[in-house]
Design a binder for this molecule. Structure first.
Ligand code: SF4
Ligand code: SF4
Length: 288
């Protein structure tokens, strides 16, 4: 069921074979967020794509560029530059775009990847295509506004805060229109859904079906982590039976990603084998 893609370069998150040979780095240049997911405590990190864990520091675009250059010397086969938080890349769009543009100018052969909640992605799709972003991940936890409304405390769009069903509708409209627009630019689209028992576990298959129809390429089901200090801190975490069942249902509609490492917003190295001393490096580059 793999759809046509625009790149032959290996991406360790999308290509199982490349997982052990190609490294990726996440550049933590995006500290702010424009929504509040009920499972996220950003004192700890963005869980869009990752496990909770503090990002060591946030970098400015020029610091991120120098940090990237240092990692390039250190890591073999560093093929992917990703921006995944610790907030949302497009709640910090200037920093996100400037970082990618700087790196693209000196390293045109790298793959560029962003992971977002999708709320403010649409206006940047042309620019992303121009800078050569090849992979975009959008976290879509529900496509029914009544369910979406249970997942988010608020949504801030065009300087206005929305709550409940109204917020859910604003978020969904933006998220869903991005999928065909990204595909129109030849960008590979991955959808993340966080499995929240009793909230969306029965509904994720419908998210997968709709996103696949809109053109999404691959789907990643992520078990929720009940993080302290969040609305969902007492929600039961999904057990392995629920995760397996959800993945099986999803796989009937779209290609499944099964080797996600739930990495941090500042991860660097091979998937599942991150470099150990990046927090020291990050602190050093943040002082420059
Ligand atoms: Fe891209 Fe996500 Fe992989 Fe990072 S973990 S490189 S954002 S797919
Ligand atoms: Fe947290 Fe990411 Fe959700 Fe923002 S989009 S609230 S950073 S999980």
């Amino acid at each position: 069921m793999t759809k046509e893609t625009n790149t032959n370069i290996a991406h360790p998150c999308f290509d199982k074979e490349a997982k052990h040979s190609h490294a990726r780095v996440h550049l933590p240049v995006a500290p702010n967020c424009n929504i509040q997911c009920n499972y996220c405590n950003r004192q700890f990190d963005c869980v869009n794509e990752s496990r909770p864990g503090v990002t060591s520091t946030v970098l400015k675009p020029f610091q991120a560029f120098e940090y990237f250059r240092a990692l390039e010397d250190k890591l073999d086969n560093l093929s992917v530059v990703g921006i995944a938080g610790p907030g949302d890349p497009f709640a910090n769009a200037e920093e996100t775009m400037e970082t990618m543009e700087r790196i693209k100018a000196e390293y045109p052969d790298k793959l560029f990847c962003v992971s977002t909640n999708g709320l403010n992605l649409y206006p940047y799709i042309d620019k992303l295509a121009k800078v050569g972003v090849s992979h975009v991940t959008i976290t879509i936890n529900a496509i029914d506004p009544a369910i979406t409304a249970k997942v988010y405390k608020w949504v801030r769009f065009n300087k206005k805060v929305y709550r409940g069903i109204e917020g859910a509708e604003v978020l969904l409209e933006q998220q869903l229109k991005c999928i065909p627009a990204l595909k129109g630019k030849g960008i590979i689209v991955k959808i993340n859904s966080v499995i929240m028992p009793g909230i969306n576990d029965e509904h994720i298959v419908e998210v997968a079906r709709v996103c696949s129809e809109l053109g999404a390429d691959v789907f990643n089901c992520i078990p929720m982590i009940a993080t302290k200090g969040t609305e969902f801190e007492n929600l039961q975490q999904p057990d392995s039976k629920m995760v397996f069942k959800t993945r099986m249902q999803v796989s009937e509609h779209i290609e499944l990603m099964s080797h996600c490492s739930r990495c941090r917003a500042d991860a660097a190295g091979l998937l599942g084998k991150d470099l150990k001393d990046t927090h020291v490096m990050l602190k050093e580059f943040a002082k420059r």
